[in-house]
Design a binder for this molecule. Structure first.
Ligand SMILES: O=C(O)CCC(=O)C(=O)O
Ligand SMILES: [Fe+2]
Length: 211
């Protein structure tokens, strides 16, 4: 048994079509066709309706570090509600532990350079991002479309490059077994070379989400 805020590779692998990425350093799974094409289309439409420049925790002075746009998806939209329910079923994580769903959109040349999704406990923004809800635990990301060229997510520490593919979900545990941030989860949303890339990101926390 795991706690209400937890998932595990075993829980995830109990679903059809889920494969573990074979790395001893990161607990990571992938499942193609998690979402239907229609569901992806609707989520892309919602992202297009309401976008803002993406932001960074721990600003590092590199204005080219994260150049995409972000959409804070509205929990009341049907496609968003349905996705939340699917994620709860898939991950077994109590939805109270989840941050609100976000969409990310990358045009040609846009990227998000090497980063981890867990926050640096010594970082300038630790208090702001983690005081209420704790550290990030699991990340789940869904690719909403096929990208003509570029736009892969590269995990260089484990030599893994994930290609955007409509409806595919990837999930990973951001922590080491002692709960600290796992440096091997470092990843880079590589530049889109042709087309536009749309993804949805879902981050879970150690404690129920309170902002
Ligand atoms: O778009 C991607 O491939 C990765 C996005 C990402 O790493 C993030 O939003 O934290
Ligand atoms: Fe990330």
């Amino acid at each position: 048994m795991v706690g209400p805020g937890e998932s595990s590779v075993d829980i995830l692998r109990a679903h059809d079509g889920v494969k573990r990425v074979p790395s001893p350093k990161v607990e990571m799974v992938i499942k193609p066709n998690f979402l239907t094409a229609e569901h992806c289309e609707e989520l892309m439409r919602l992202i297009d309706l309401d976008r803002r420049p993406s932001t960074l925790a721990d600003e590092n002075g590199d204005v080219a570090f994260r150049t995409s746009e972000t959409c804070d998806l509205k929990p009341e939209d049907k496609a968003v509600r349905e996705l939340e329910a699917m994620l709860t079923h898939f991950t077994s994580i109590d939805p109270a532990y989840g941050e609100p769903l976000q969409g990310q959109r990358y045009e040609v040349g846009q990227q998000f350079k090497d980063h981890t999704d867990w926050f640096n406990p010594g970082g300038q923004d630790w208090e702001k991002f983690c005081a209420k809800s704790g550290q990030r635990t699991w990340t789940f990301m869904i690719y909403l479309n096929n990208v003509e060229a570029g736009g892969a997510t590269r995990f260089k520490m484990i030599d893994k490059k994930i290609q955007p593919e409509r409806g595919k979900i990837v999930g990973w545990n951001n922590r080491n077994t002692d709960g600290s941030g796992n440096a091997a989860t470092l990843h880079h949303a590589m530049k889109v070379r042709k087309g536009t890339k749309y993804v949805i990101t879902k981050w879970y926390r150690e404690a129920p989400w309170r902002g």
